[in-house]
Design a protein around this ligand. Sequence first.
Ligand code: UD1
Length: 350
Amino acid sequence: MKVLSIVGARPQFVKCAPVSRELRRVHEEVLVHTGQHYDYLLSEVFFRDLGIPAPDYHLEIGSGSHGVQTGRMLGAIEEVIGKEEPDIVLVYGDTNSTLAGALAAAKMHVPVAHVEAGLRSFDRRMPEEVNRVLTDHASDLLFCPTETAVANLAAEGITRGVHLTGDVMVDALQENLALAKERATVDLPATGYFLATVHRASNTDDPVALRAIMAAFALLEAPVIFPAHPRTRKKFAEYGIAPAANVSVVEPLPYFDMLAALAGARAVLTDSGGVQKEAYILKVPCVTLRENTEWVETIEDGWNVLVGADADRIVLAAGKANGAHRRHDARFGDGHAAARMAAIISAFEP
Ligand code: UD1
């Protein structure tokens, strides 16, 4: 089959690496990069380190408001689908690139497969939640990372084409962890540290929230390594926020450096979805700077706690974060999700 895969933002590059390799064993893949992420450290470095094939199409859409960005992608992807006439379009996760790909394909009557289907935060103010819900409802094959995701889809009346495959981020992590420890070049304090990432609009675009988070980091009793997304850096400048002496704001980390930094951290403080999961798999306590999460398993098993952007709750949770946690299971799959997806696509009949 001819599979047209659409990626555009950092977490999608990580997810597509194992899937692309499995797909190419049996299918023809055409890879489209929307250009949603264009900085070297958010995009190209992942293709290099993870050995992802060069995109066949680079749409160079770049940044913009949600409507402008998604709209530009929609038109450009439609053109590629028209030219390539794929048998199926594969989209990943919950970004504007995901929605644009799914919508363009559905309108052209091309079947859609969604990697990381069924995730819900039940918070429609998150742009990602809107992207997920709409993408799932436009999809013919829904690859769910967890049983919770399967149940979420069933609650919305979606049962056809739903497959519990496990999470491809587990595939990527298992494949790369040893390599990451060997190849990482990131400088980490030998005496222990917290790792932090903040990029979600609800935290970065609200000066009160971002100030509260940074005030909390200043009170933590260990160095904080903070690889900052470019938008977060811009907001520091805009709001006049200067990080405290114990907080090292560094450039976004390549995948190997990020895995190594995470594996060695006392705890991670983050508003990312993927990092919550990676922390669980690596048995690193996680303090999530949000009021909700799609990855409820990490909370249920005691590895993750939701604290929002509340300085007191952040400091308290970080102080309590230690290795004394309860359950740990293969909640996100066995590391063979990508192979399962390739096989399901092979058997798919529209
Ligand atoms: C996007 C996804 C988010 C995902 C994240 C992963 C949406 C709605 N959000 O958020 O779900 O968790 O990717 O990192 O799709 N910018 C740069 N360089 C870049 C890209 C962006 O400087 O290469 C800056 C620009 O100022 C831009 C801002 O970041 O306006 C936001 O970028 P955008 O593509 O809107 O979403 P992300 O915040 O990266």
